[in-house]
Design a protein around this ligand. Structure first.
Ligand SMILES: NC(=O)c1ccc[n+]([C@@H]2O[C@H](COP(=O)([O-])OP(=O)(O)OC[C@H]3O[C@@H](n4cnc5c(N)ncnc54)[C@H](OP(=O)(O)O)[C@@H]3O)[C@@H](O)[C@H]2O)c1
Length: 243
């Protein structure tokens, strides 16, 4: 019997690659994102059991997504909390509405989805939760304090839940990527909010992280072999966290 996975933010970027990697490894996958056209395309590539487009910051959609994915997958064995948004802004210029938007999507939505999937995992005495954080949540990033704070919150969530769920056969880990070229970051460099060569010069390996590096790690963390790894905050950043 193949295991099942819900991957949020799988219409593009890192999440799309995770969904593809897990489906190629034989997992039944369910995809979620906002852009229906891209989601449909990705779901086709992954032979997904299902997909649903909508805004995760809408509580009704979140509940609907959980119920639909849970039904289609006959229980969610693996949850990948990948959907996220990045805001680059000096603190005094940050719009107040962004505070709740960013905290909600990057931290509260993962918490809420964990809350919903854990009962099934406890019954099965097996589960994997993989959160996608950011190196900015580990080391801090000027002009990204809101994003950094939201991602730092995932460290506490991951460690605490790992302790709480260890005896139930459930592991929970956090992957913190460095810069990855996706629809999230490309506009920042295209419109020169950030200077690409300056940013890459700060990376010890002088390169971008590729989506497949993240998806390969996620695939491992989702496997039976990774049973001993729980509560870990794993930096996948080409050395960026080293100072
Ligand atoms: N790229 C990087 O350099 C980098 C570095 C560290 C960590 N990360 C993290 O990696 C994760 C994936 O980012 P990415 O780089 O792959 O970015 P991306 O290509 O922009 O993908 C973000 C995904 O999240 C979905 N999403 C955004 N807002 C949503 C909302 N309100 N409701 C539902 N879904 C929503 C997007 O859906 P639609 O596009 O369909 O709207 C998309 O599928 C994020 O958590 C990000 O913080 C990225």
């Amino acid at each position: 019997m193949s295991r099942t996975a819900l991957i949020t933010g799988s219409s593009s970027g890192i999440g799309a690659d995770i969904a593809l990697k897990l489906s190629q490894a034989g997992y039944k996958v369910f995809l979620a994102g906002r852009n229906e056209a891209r989601l449909t395309e990705q779901a086709g590539k992954c032979s997904a059991v299902g997909y649903l487009a909508g805004d995760l910051n809408d509580d009704n959609f979140l509940k609907e997504l959980y119920l639909f994915a849970n039904e289609k997958l006959d229980g969610i064995d693996i949850l990948v909390n990948n959907a996220g948004i990045y805001i680059w802004s000096a603190i005094e210029k940050t719009d107040q509405s962004k505070i709740s938007e960013v905290f909600k999507l990057n931290l509260q939505v993962p918490f809420n989805l964990c809350r919903l999937v854990v009962p099934h995992m406890k019954t099965k005495r097996w589960g994997r939760i993989i959160n996608i954080g950011s190196i900015s949540g580990v080391v801090g990033e000027a002009n990204a304090s809101l994003y950094s704070a939201s991602k730092a919150g995932l460290i506490g969530l991951t460690k605490s839940l790992a302790l709480e769920l260890a005896e139930h056969g459930i592991t929970i880990n956090l992957v913190n990527p460095g810069w990855v070229k996706t629809t999230m970051t490309e506009p920042l460099f295209a419109n020169e909010t950030l200077d690409e060569s300056e940013q890459i010069d700060m990376v010890p390996q002088r390169r971008w992280i590729e989506p497949y590096e993240v998806s390969t790690l996620v695939k491992y963390l989702a496997s039976d072999n990774a049973v001993g790894i729980t509560g870990q905050s794993i930096n996948l950043c080409a050395g960026l966290s080293l100072g």
